[in-house]
Design a protein around this ligand. Structure first.
Ligand SMILES: [Fe+2]
Ligand SMILES: [Fe+2]
Length: 272
């Protein structure tokens, strides 16, 4: 059994008093294990878990990368349950974005705070965290057109450095129908991630893609070439949310029709 539930997203697709915010968090339940992927930016995650009647106990928490909208809720989670936390070594950089969302966008607490509360496991390579669920580790940047988000930078030795978000990680879930790719923000590039998933797991077939594709925040050429690549895949579903943005989700709906699922807060997808 595999089930994916969206706990935090920019939009809410079910009533019940669920809340949304700019951020992402998804729960992966597989064969009795619970993996929390990202934590949104605040304690909205805990409130939504309560509304959805889901216990705050996880076999692992994975932080996709060191941006506040994915890691900001981590402290609140660990104050309620002490668990393993998989995070990339480079996630705690001091990060910023330029206009139109100018300002600090890194993790809003020091790593020592998290190390005190949970069992933090720093990684940089792919690793199977529960049976058939892999966390990607570093994803090689191979495609020439996936240039990423030019507004991002970090400060190193007092200097501004363009931030390719090398800590960006995704989950790869092996199923009988192929791979399910679970994205945080896809800063590594969606095509790079899919090809890395195939190399890492040895599985070619892509069954589904869910999460933040970043296609709403990259250049036109990257978006066009990525969509062309997606059209070449024979996947069952694509459920883009978060940094995909509403206008690009609408564009993808026009292309992929019934295979496009809206994955706002409250979305649940079960696989047998
Ligand atoms: Fe994000
Ligand atoms: Fe991000």
């Amino acid at each position: 059994m595999l089930k994916i539930t969206v706990l935090v997203d920019n939009t809410v697709i079910k009533p019940m008093g669920l809340k949304g915010e700019h951020g992402l968090s998804m729960l992966i339940e597989k064969d009795g294990k619970k993996v929390l992927f990202d934590t949104g930016q605040s304690d909205i995650l805990l409130k939504n878990l309560m509304k959805l009647d889901i216990d705050v106990d996880f076999d692992a928490v994975v932080v996709s990368h060191g941006h506040y909208d994915h890691a900001g809720g981590l402290k609140a989670v660990l104050e309620n349950t002490s668990t393993k936390v998989f995070i990339h070594r480079e996630a705690f950089k001091t990060r910023y974005a330029e206009e139109p969302f100018k300002g600090f966008i890194g993790i809003p607490f020091k790593k020592e705070v998290i190390e005190d509360l949970g069992d933090v496991i720093y990684i940089d390579r792919a690793r199977e965290i529960i049976k058939d669920v892999w966390v990607s580790g570093y994803v090689e940047r191979i495609t020439p057109f996936e240039k990423g988000d030019s507004r991002l930078y970090f400060i190193e030795n007092g200097k501004k450095v363009a931030d390719i978000v090398e800590d960006d990680m995704s989950l790869y879930i092996k199923t009988k129908k192929g791979l399910i790719i679970v994205l945080g923000c896809a800063h590594a590039g969606l095509v790079n991630i899919i090809e890395h998933a195939r190399r890492t797991t040895g599985v070619e077939k892509i069954c589904g893609i869910i999460g933040g594709t970043h296609l709403g925040l990259v250049g036109k050429e990257q978006r066009r070439k990525t969509i062309k690549f997606l059209k070449s895949l024979d996947f069952e579903f694509i459920a883009p949310n978060h940094c995909t943005t509403q206008s690009v989700i609408a564009e993808l709906k026009g292309i992929f029709g019934d295979r496009l699922l809206f994955a706002g807060v409250g979305f649940e997808h079960e696989f047998s």
